[in-house]
Every structure is written in C-alpha cells, then in structure tokens.
Design a protein around this ligand. Structure first.
Ligand SMILES: Cc1ncc(COP(=O)(O)O)c(C=O)c1O
Length: 231
C-alpha cells in the first residue's frame, strides 16, 4: 500500500479515488490518505465497520452487500456543498443532485434491500454503532492473524501487518495440497466460502459485520487443530 508520500496526485486534481479496503489481496489503508485533495472512497467492503474521517472526504460510497444487507443497493454520502458541481452534462441518473432532490427515490427503490438494511442498521446501532462494529472487527481479525503469526510461518500472511484488512483475512498454507485439505476440513465443520479469490488462490476468511465472534472462534480452533495434525 502506498504511503501518502508515494501517492502521485497530479497538481490540481479534483479528487483522489481510493478503495479503503480491498477484498482479494486482503489489504486496507490503515489511515485514509491525507494529500490535500478530497477523497472519493469506495468503502463497500468495510462500510460502517470503520469510522470515516469526514475532514478528508467528499464522497463515500459502497454496495450494501457486505456489511449492511442483501445485494441490490449502494449507499452514497456526498458532501452537500459539492452537489451543485454534479450538475454537469451527465445523464440525470448519474447526477448525485438528482438523487438528493428526490430523497433517493428517483428510481423505484429496491424495497426488500432497503428494509433489510434498515434492520441491520438498527442491529448495528444497538451494538454501539460504528465504533463498536469497528472494535469487533479489529478483535475478530486479530484472533485470526494471531494464529497465523504464532505458526512460525506455517500459515503465511502475504500482507504487511500494518496493511492487513480487518474484513478479509487471506493466508497461505505450505502447499496447494494442504490448502485443499484445509478447505475440505473446514467444510466438514460447516464452514463455507473459505477459498481465496480465484485470481490469487490460498485461503480467505471474510469476517463482515454479521459474522459473530463464535464463527471466528470455530475457525481459529480449526486452524490450530489442522496445524497440529499436519505441520
Ligand atoms: C470495495 C469493493 N468495491 C466494489 C465491489 C463490487 O461491488 P458491485 O458488485 O456491487 O459492483 C466490491 C465487491 O463486491 C468491493 O469489495
């Protein structure tokens, strides 16, 4: 991940677009870049599981399908002072001011997704809101990275500790065969979807907001047991 110094932002750029958490490599910006240019941030994969430094951003957007609800909707936060700037030669639907003027109901809203997202937001609020979800995420991720780091390199994280995602934890085993065996063992225990993204392989645990600590405990237990049996 680039440091602020390494980001080559052209003079006069109107914004810098970043993806604050990337799900395939399992990386995140530990801090949002502070380069004097407003940020437009895709937070799909860590929405409301991380506080937003509003002084740095003009736009935050994301699909709800990871932390907030079923697929089919995106949530966009736009600084109201820039709404007028979107009134350019764009199709009506692509203009943020169109949606703002119509209370986000310019088109037919996906009501089931809206309703489910509302339920999730209430659940998040009852847990203590974003600060609590952020804390939970850090502790769930730390539990899994802990097992990786205590394994003397048997489990291997390809990501520098400072840039490790709290949502998507990726790691490797010593061989493709052991990775296949690990996935089979996880399936036997009822844990699904641990295969890494097809473009990079390996193992990936996505621990979005709805994943309870018990799910992480079960995974941690499997990792320790599997290593004891195969290392
Ligand atoms: C950060 C991020 N942005 C965008 C997407 C893609 O979202 P969509 O499939 O809704 O375009 C994903 C993954 O689904 C993602 O993790």
């Amino acid at each position: 991940m680039p440091s602020d110094d390494e980001l080559d932002v052209p003079e006069g750029a109107r914004y810098l677009h970043i993806c604050s958490n990337e799900t395939i490599g399992g990386i995140r910006f530990p801090e949002f870049p502070d380069v004097g240019t407003p940020l437009v941030v895709d937070m799909s994969s860590e929405f409301l599981a991380r506080r937003i430094p509003w002084h740095l951003v003009d736009v935050v957007f994301g699909g709800v399908q990871k932390n907030l609800g079923p697929a089919g909707m995106a949530v966009v936060f736009v600084r109201t002072s820039i709404l007028e700037e979107t009134a350019r030669d764009l199709a009506a639907y692509l203009r943020f001011d169109t949606h703002a003027d119509k209370d986000s109901m310019y088109n037919t809203p996906p009501v089931f997704t809206v309703w489910m997202t509302g339920k999730v937001l209430r659940w998040m609020e009852a847990r203590g809101g974003t600060p609590a979800i952020e804390r939970d995420a850090a502790s769930k991720a730390a539990a899994i990275y802990g097992v990786i780091d205590e394994s003397d390199g048997w489990f291997r994280s390809p990501v520098e500790p400072a840039h490790r995602s709290h949502m998507n934890i990726v790691w490797r085993l010593p061989s493709d065969e052991l990775e296949a065996a690990f996935l089979a063992a996880s399936k036997e225990r009822g844990m699904l979807g641990l295969k890494g993204h097809r473009s990079v392989g390996g193992i990936r645990a996505s621990v979005y907001a709805a994943m309870p600590a018990e799910g992480v405990d079960a995974l941690v237990d499997l990792m320790r047991t599997f290593r004891a049996q195969h290392a």
